[in-house]
Design a binder for this molecule. Structure first.
Ligand code: AMP
Ligand code: TRP
Length: 342
Protein backbone atom coordinates (compact mmCIF):
# COMPACT_ATOMS: atom_id res chain seq x y z
CA UNK A 1 0.00 0.00 0.00
CA UNK A 2 1.29 3.42 -0.91
CA UNK A 3 0.95 5.06 2.42
CA UNK A 4 3.38 7.73 1.57
CA UNK A 5 0.73 8.86 -0.76
CA UNK A 6 1.60 9.44 -4.26
CA UNK A 7 -1.96 8.46 -4.95
CA UNK A 8 -3.84 11.42 -3.42
CA UNK A 9 -6.40 9.16 -1.83
CA UNK A 10 -7.72 10.37 1.51
CA UNK A 11 -6.70 8.42 4.63
CA UNK A 12 -9.11 6.35 6.68
CA UNK A 13 -8.27 5.20 10.20
CA UNK A 14 -10.24 3.01 12.57
CA UNK A 15 -9.77 0.34 15.21
CA UNK A 16 -11.36 -2.30 17.40
CA UNK A 17 -10.39 -3.39 20.90
CA UNK A 18 -9.14 -6.93 21.41
CA UNK A 19 -11.30 -7.40 24.45
CA UNK A 20 -13.36 -10.44 23.47
CA UNK A 21 -15.16 -11.90 20.50
CA UNK A 22 -16.66 -9.45 18.04
CA UNK A 23 -20.38 -9.45 17.38
CA UNK A 24 -22.67 -8.71 14.49
CA UNK A 25 -22.93 -5.05 15.60
CA UNK A 26 -19.17 -4.63 15.25
CA UNK A 27 -19.32 -6.23 11.84
CA UNK A 28 -22.28 -4.30 10.46
CA UNK A 29 -21.43 -0.94 12.10
CA UNK A 30 -17.67 -0.95 11.59
CA UNK A 31 -15.95 -3.78 9.70
CA UNK A 32 -18.38 -3.98 6.78
CA UNK A 33 -18.03 -0.23 6.35
CA UNK A 34 -14.24 -0.50 6.30
CA UNK A 35 -14.33 -3.18 3.63
CA UNK A 36 -16.38 -0.90 1.39
CA UNK A 37 -13.89 1.93 1.86
CA UNK A 38 -10.79 0.01 0.81
CA UNK A 39 -11.06 0.90 -2.87
CA UNK A 40 -11.38 4.61 -2.46
CA UNK A 41 -9.07 5.33 0.45
CA UNK A 42 -5.71 4.60 2.02
CA UNK A 43 -6.97 2.56 4.92
CA UNK A 44 -5.26 1.94 8.24
CA UNK A 45 -6.93 -0.47 10.67
CA UNK A 46 -5.55 -0.79 14.14
CA UNK A 47 -5.95 -3.37 16.90
CA UNK A 48 -6.17 -1.06 19.90
CA UNK A 49 -4.65 -3.17 22.66
CA UNK A 50 -3.87 -0.23 24.94
CA UNK A 51 -7.56 0.62 24.88
CA UNK A 52 -8.45 -2.93 25.87
CA UNK A 53 -6.39 -2.74 29.08
CA UNK A 54 -8.53 0.13 30.38
CA UNK A 55 -10.45 -2.78 31.88
CA UNK A 56 -8.63 -5.76 33.43
CA UNK A 57 -7.57 -8.40 30.88
CA UNK A 58 -5.93 -11.77 31.39
CA UNK A 59 -2.53 -11.72 29.65
CA UNK A 60 -3.05 -15.00 27.82
CA UNK A 61 -6.52 -14.00 26.60
CA UNK A 62 -5.30 -10.62 25.47
CA UNK A 63 -2.50 -11.97 23.31
CA UNK A 64 -4.92 -14.43 21.70
CA UNK A 65 -7.57 -11.78 21.24
CA UNK A 66 -5.14 -9.49 19.44
CA UNK A 67 -4.59 -12.17 16.79
CA UNK A 68 -8.30 -12.99 16.73
CA UNK A 69 -9.29 -9.41 15.95
CA UNK A 70 -6.92 -9.47 12.98
CA UNK A 71 -8.50 -12.74 11.84
CA UNK A 72 -11.91 -11.08 12.07
CA UNK A 73 -10.65 -8.14 9.97
CA UNK A 74 -9.35 -10.57 7.35
CA UNK A 75 -12.46 -12.75 7.38
CA UNK A 76 -14.59 -9.62 6.89
CA UNK A 77 -12.69 -8.83 3.73
CA UNK A 78 -9.95 -6.43 4.79
CA UNK A 79 -7.15 -7.08 2.35
CA UNK A 80 -3.69 -6.61 3.87
CA UNK A 81 -2.19 -6.01 0.43
CA UNK A 82 -4.37 -2.97 0.14
CA UNK A 83 -4.95 -1.79 3.71
CA UNK A 84 -2.58 -1.63 6.64
CA UNK A 85 -3.38 -3.67 9.75
CA UNK A 86 -1.26 -3.05 12.83
CA UNK A 87 -1.18 -3.28 16.61
CA UNK A 88 -1.39 -0.02 18.55
CA UNK A 89 1.27 -0.91 21.16
CA UNK A 90 3.84 -1.54 18.39
CA UNK A 91 3.97 2.18 17.70
CA UNK A 92 5.13 4.10 20.75
CA UNK A 93 4.04 7.42 19.24
CA UNK A 94 0.43 6.61 20.25
CA UNK A 95 1.09 6.79 23.97
CA UNK A 96 3.49 9.71 23.58
CA UNK A 97 0.96 11.76 21.69
CA UNK A 98 -1.76 10.73 24.13
CA UNK A 99 0.26 12.27 26.94
CA UNK A 100 0.72 15.49 25.01
CA UNK A 101 -2.99 15.63 24.21
CA UNK A 102 -3.73 15.03 27.89
CA UNK A 103 -2.16 18.39 28.48
CA UNK A 104 -4.55 19.94 25.97
CA UNK A 105 -7.71 18.08 27.05
CA UNK A 106 -9.73 19.29 29.99
CA UNK A 107 -11.52 17.34 32.67
CA UNK A 108 -14.71 18.99 31.49
CA UNK A 109 -14.19 17.61 27.94
CA UNK A 110 -13.84 14.06 29.24
CA UNK A 111 -16.61 14.38 31.78
CA UNK A 112 -19.02 14.80 28.87
CA UNK A 113 -18.20 11.40 27.36
CA UNK A 114 -21.19 9.14 27.70
CA UNK A 115 -19.35 5.86 27.12
CA UNK A 116 -17.16 6.46 30.15
CA UNK A 117 -20.21 7.22 32.24
CA UNK A 118 -21.91 4.03 31.08
CA UNK A 119 -18.85 1.84 31.64
CA UNK A 120 -18.20 3.35 35.06
CA UNK A 121 -21.83 3.17 36.14
CA UNK A 122 -22.33 1.39 39.44
CA UNK A 123 -18.59 0.78 39.92
CA UNK A 124 -17.01 1.78 43.20
CA UNK A 125 -13.90 3.13 41.57
CA UNK A 126 -13.02 3.68 37.94
CA UNK A 127 -9.55 3.49 36.38
CA UNK A 128 -7.90 6.68 35.17
CA UNK A 129 -7.23 4.91 31.87
CA UNK A 130 -10.93 4.39 31.30
CA UNK A 131 -11.57 8.08 31.87
CA UNK A 132 -8.71 9.02 29.57
CA UNK A 133 -9.55 6.48 26.87
CA UNK A 134 -10.88 9.04 24.33
CA UNK A 135 -7.61 11.00 24.46
CA UNK A 136 -5.65 7.91 23.40
CA UNK A 137 -8.22 7.42 20.66
CA UNK A 138 -7.62 11.00 19.52
CA UNK A 139 -3.88 10.29 19.38
CA UNK A 140 -4.51 7.17 17.26
CA UNK A 141 -6.48 9.15 14.74
CA UNK A 142 -4.38 12.32 14.61
CA UNK A 143 -1.02 10.60 14.10
CA UNK A 144 -1.97 9.53 10.58
CA UNK A 145 -3.35 12.76 9.10
CA UNK A 146 -6.65 10.98 8.97
CA UNK A 147 -9.44 12.31 6.77
CA UNK A 148 -12.22 9.93 7.81
CA UNK A 149 -12.94 7.69 10.78
CA UNK A 150 -15.52 4.97 10.06
CA UNK A 151 -17.15 3.80 13.29
CA UNK A 152 -20.48 2.82 14.82
CA UNK A 153 -22.66 5.53 16.30
CA UNK A 154 -21.39 5.01 19.86
CA UNK A 155 -17.97 6.34 18.83
CA UNK A 156 -19.14 9.57 17.19
CA UNK A 157 -18.73 11.56 20.38
CA UNK A 158 -15.12 10.40 20.67
CA UNK A 159 -14.32 11.54 17.15
CA UNK A 160 -15.90 14.90 17.92
CA UNK A 161 -13.61 15.19 20.93
CA UNK A 162 -10.69 14.32 18.64
CA UNK A 163 -11.65 17.26 16.42
CA UNK A 164 -11.89 19.56 19.43
CA UNK A 165 -8.45 18.56 20.72
CA UNK A 166 -6.87 18.85 17.28
CA UNK A 167 -8.28 22.34 16.73
CA UNK A 168 -7.26 23.44 20.21
CA UNK A 169 -3.70 22.20 19.71
CA UNK A 170 -3.49 23.83 16.28
CA UNK A 171 -4.70 27.13 17.75
CA UNK A 172 -2.41 27.09 20.73
CA UNK A 173 0.77 25.68 19.19
CA UNK A 174 0.48 26.08 15.42
CA UNK A 175 -1.08 24.00 12.73
CA UNK A 176 -0.04 20.34 12.84
CA UNK A 177 -3.15 18.22 12.84
CA UNK A 178 -5.58 17.50 10.05
CA UNK A 179 -9.16 17.68 11.35
CA UNK A 180 -10.83 14.30 10.74
CA UNK A 181 -14.44 13.62 9.81
CA UNK A 182 -16.48 10.84 11.31
CA UNK A 183 -18.35 8.46 9.00
CA UNK A 184 -21.21 6.26 10.14
CA UNK A 185 -23.29 4.02 7.91
CA UNK A 186 -26.82 5.14 7.11
CA UNK A 187 -27.93 1.65 8.03
CA UNK A 188 -26.22 -0.43 10.71
CA UNK A 189 -24.54 2.33 12.73
CA UNK A 190 -26.37 1.11 15.82
CA UNK A 191 -27.42 -2.52 15.85
CA UNK A 192 -29.62 -3.16 18.85
CA UNK A 193 -29.70 -6.08 21.27
CA UNK A 194 -31.81 -9.08 20.24
CA UNK A 195 -33.20 -9.35 23.76
CA UNK A 196 -33.86 -5.62 24.13
CA UNK A 197 -34.18 -3.36 21.08
CA UNK A 198 -33.80 -0.23 23.20
CA UNK A 199 -30.13 -1.02 24.00
CA UNK A 200 -27.28 -1.47 21.56
CA UNK A 201 -25.92 -4.92 20.83
CA UNK A 202 -22.91 -5.25 23.11
CA UNK A 203 -20.53 -8.00 24.13
CA UNK A 204 -20.70 -6.77 27.71
CA UNK A 205 -24.47 -7.37 27.81
CA UNK A 206 -25.73 -9.42 30.74
CA UNK A 207 -27.10 -12.18 28.52
CA UNK A 208 -25.56 -13.88 25.47
CA UNK A 209 -29.06 -13.72 23.95
CA UNK A 210 -28.33 -10.00 23.40
CA UNK A 211 -25.80 -10.52 20.64
CA UNK A 212 -24.68 -12.79 17.87
CA UNK A 213 -20.97 -13.38 18.17
CA UNK A 214 -19.16 -13.76 14.86
CA UNK A 215 -17.92 -17.06 16.29
CA UNK A 216 -21.27 -18.36 17.55
CA UNK A 217 -22.12 -21.79 16.26
CA UNK A 218 -24.44 -21.02 13.33
CA UNK A 219 -27.26 -23.19 14.76
CA UNK A 220 -26.98 -21.40 18.11
CA UNK A 221 -27.15 -18.05 16.32
CA UNK A 222 -30.24 -19.21 14.42
CA UNK A 223 -31.89 -19.97 17.76
CA UNK A 224 -31.08 -16.51 19.03
CA UNK A 225 -32.85 -15.03 15.99
CA UNK A 226 -35.88 -17.25 16.51
CA UNK A 227 -36.05 -16.20 20.13
CA UNK A 228 -35.34 -12.52 19.52
CA UNK A 229 -37.83 -10.09 21.04
CA UNK A 230 -40.42 -8.77 18.56
CA UNK A 231 -42.98 -5.98 18.70
CA UNK A 232 -46.73 -6.16 18.86
CA UNK A 233 -48.57 -6.58 15.55
CA UNK A 234 -47.50 -8.90 12.77
CA UNK A 235 -46.54 -6.62 9.89
CA UNK A 236 -43.01 -6.58 8.53
CA UNK A 237 -42.70 -2.83 8.28
CA UNK A 238 -39.71 -0.65 9.08
CA UNK A 239 -40.58 1.77 11.86
CA UNK A 240 -37.68 2.36 14.25
CA UNK A 241 -39.88 4.19 16.75
CA UNK A 242 -43.01 2.06 16.84
CA UNK A 243 -41.44 -1.28 15.94
CA UNK A 244 -37.82 -1.09 17.10
CA UNK A 245 -37.31 -4.86 17.36
CA UNK A 246 -38.52 -5.63 13.83
CA UNK A 247 -36.70 -2.58 12.47
CA UNK A 248 -33.48 -3.92 13.98
CA UNK A 249 -33.99 -7.41 12.57
CA UNK A 250 -34.82 -5.88 9.18
CA UNK A 251 -31.60 -3.87 9.26
CA UNK A 252 -29.58 -7.00 9.97
CA UNK A 253 -31.41 -8.91 7.24
CA UNK A 254 -31.04 -6.10 4.73
CA UNK A 255 -27.31 -5.63 5.26
CA UNK A 256 -26.38 -9.30 5.37
CA UNK A 257 -28.41 -10.21 2.30
CA UNK A 258 -27.89 -7.02 0.32
CA UNK A 259 -31.64 -6.54 0.03
CA UNK A 260 -33.19 -3.11 0.55
CA UNK A 261 -35.68 -2.50 3.35
CA UNK A 262 -38.31 -1.76 0.70
CA UNK A 263 -37.71 -5.10 -0.95
CA UNK A 264 -38.02 -6.84 2.41
CA UNK A 265 -41.29 -5.07 3.15
CA UNK A 266 -42.63 -6.14 -0.21
CA UNK A 267 -41.42 -9.72 0.23
CA UNK A 268 -43.24 -10.16 3.53
CA UNK A 269 -46.25 -8.01 2.80
CA UNK A 270 -48.72 -10.84 2.83
CA UNK A 271 -47.05 -13.08 5.31
CA UNK A 272 -47.90 -11.42 8.62
CA UNK A 273 -51.57 -12.28 9.16
CA UNK A 274 -51.22 -15.71 7.55
CA UNK A 275 -48.37 -16.49 9.81
CA UNK A 276 -50.19 -15.16 12.85
CA UNK A 277 -52.54 -18.10 12.45
CA UNK A 278 -49.73 -20.60 12.41
CA UNK A 279 -48.45 -22.24 15.54
CA UNK A 280 -44.95 -20.78 15.77
CA UNK A 281 -46.28 -17.25 16.22
CA UNK A 282 -46.31 -14.07 14.16
CA UNK A 283 -43.23 -12.85 12.31
CA UNK A 284 -42.27 -16.51 12.02
CA UNK A 285 -41.53 -16.71 8.27
CA UNK A 286 -39.49 -13.59 8.43
CA UNK A 287 -37.43 -14.80 11.36
CA UNK A 288 -36.91 -18.21 9.82
CA UNK A 289 -35.55 -16.64 6.65
CA UNK A 290 -33.38 -14.23 8.61
CA UNK A 291 -31.99 -17.13 10.65
CA UNK A 292 -31.04 -18.77 7.32
CA UNK A 293 -29.29 -15.61 6.17
CA UNK A 294 -27.36 -15.37 9.45
CA UNK A 295 -26.36 -19.05 9.31
CA UNK A 296 -25.04 -18.64 5.77
CA UNK A 297 -23.12 -15.51 6.72
CA UNK A 298 -21.55 -17.10 9.81
CA UNK A 299 -20.62 -20.27 7.95
CA UNK A 300 -18.73 -18.31 5.33
CA UNK A 301 -17.21 -15.94 7.85
CA UNK A 302 -15.97 -18.74 10.09
CA UNK A 303 -14.45 -20.75 7.26
CA UNK A 304 -12.38 -17.71 6.32
CA UNK A 305 -11.62 -16.87 9.96
CA UNK A 306 -10.26 -20.35 10.60
CA UNK A 307 -8.12 -20.33 7.48
CA UNK A 308 -5.56 -17.86 8.86
CA UNK A 309 -2.68 -19.12 10.98
CA UNK A 310 -1.28 -17.23 13.96
CA UNK A 311 2.07 -17.05 12.18
CA UNK A 312 0.51 -15.40 9.14
CA UNK A 313 -1.33 -12.91 11.31
CA UNK A 314 1.80 -11.99 13.28
CA UNK A 315 3.60 -11.29 10.01
CA UNK A 316 0.73 -9.04 8.85
CA UNK A 317 0.97 -7.04 12.10
CA UNK A 318 4.74 -6.77 11.80
CA UNK A 319 4.55 -5.55 8.21
CA UNK A 320 1.75 -3.16 9.15
CA UNK A 321 3.78 -1.57 11.94
CA UNK A 322 6.71 -1.03 9.57
CA UNK A 323 4.44 0.78 7.14
CA UNK A 324 2.78 3.15 9.59
CA UNK A 325 5.74 3.90 11.89
CA UNK A 326 7.31 6.59 9.67
CA UNK A 327 3.99 8.46 9.39
CA UNK A 328 3.36 8.38 13.14
CA UNK A 329 6.90 9.46 13.91
CA UNK A 330 6.79 12.34 11.45
CA UNK A 331 3.59 13.69 13.03
CA UNK A 332 4.97 13.33 16.53
CA UNK A 333 8.14 15.17 15.47
CA UNK A 334 6.09 18.09 14.16
CA UNK A 335 4.08 18.17 17.38
CA UNK A 336 7.23 18.20 19.51
CA UNK A 337 8.78 20.90 17.34
CA UNK A 338 5.78 23.12 17.88
CA UNK A 339 5.91 22.48 21.61
CA UNK A 340 9.60 23.29 21.74
CA UNK A 341 10.60 19.86 23.08
CA UNK A 342 12.29 18.24 20.12
P1 AMP B 1 -15.70 -1.98 20.25
O1 AMP B 1 -16.14 -3.37 20.36
O2 AMP B 1 -16.25 -1.10 21.28
O3 AMP B 1 -14.18 -1.87 20.11
O4 AMP B 1 -16.30 -1.43 18.89
C1 AMP B 1 -15.70 -1.60 17.65
C2 AMP B 1 -16.50 -0.91 16.57
O5 AMP B 1 -17.80 -1.49 16.47
C3 AMP B 1 -16.73 0.58 16.83
O6 AMP B 1 -16.63 1.28 15.60
C4 AMP B 1 -18.13 0.63 17.35
O7 AMP B 1 -18.77 1.87 17.12
C5 AMP B 1 -18.79 -0.48 16.55
N1 AMP B 1 -19.97 -1.02 17.27
C6 AMP B 1 -19.97 -1.58 18.52
N2 AMP B 1 -21.21 -1.96 18.87
C7 AMP B 1 -22.01 -1.65 17.81
C8 AMP B 1 -23.41 -1.81 17.55
N3 AMP B 1 -24.22 -2.36 18.44
N4 AMP B 1 -23.90 -1.37 16.36
C9 AMP B 1 -23.08 -0.81 15.45
N5 AMP B 1 -21.75 -0.62 15.63
C10 AMP B 1 -21.21 -1.04 16.80
N1 TRP C 1 -12.85 3.45 20.96
C1 TRP C 1 -13.10 2.59 19.86
C2 TRP C 1 -14.17 1.54 20.27
O1 TRP C 1 -14.33 1.23 21.41
C3 TRP C 1 -11.87 1.88 19.39
C4 TRP C 1 -10.84 2.84 18.90
C5 TRP C 1 -9.67 3.17 19.52
C6 TRP C 1 -10.90 3.59 17.69
N2 TRP C 1 -8.97 4.08 18.74
C7 TRP C 1 -9.69 4.35 17.64
C8 TRP C 1 -11.83 3.71 16.67
C9 TRP C 1 -9.44 5.23 16.58
C10 TRP C 1 -11.56 4.56 15.61
C11 TRP C 1 -10.37 5.33 15.56
O2 TRP C 1 -14.80 1.03 19.42
Amino acid sequence: MELNKNNNKPTVFSGVQPSGVLHLGNYLGALAQWVEMQNQFNCIFCVVDYHAITVKQEAKNLSENILNVVKAYLASGINPERSVIFQQSDITAHTELAWILNCVARMSDLNKMTQFKEKGLGKESVGVGLFDYPVLMAADILLYNTDAVPVGEDQVQHVELTRTLAKRFNNEYGNVFKIPEVTVRKQGARIMGLDDPTKKMSKSAASAANYISLLDRPEAAAKKITRAVTDSGSEIKYDAKKKPAIANLMTIYSLLSNTSIKELEAKYEDKGPAYAKASAGKYGDFKKDLAGVVVEFLNEFQIKYNSFSDKEVKQILKDGAEKVRPIAEATLKNVKNNLGIN
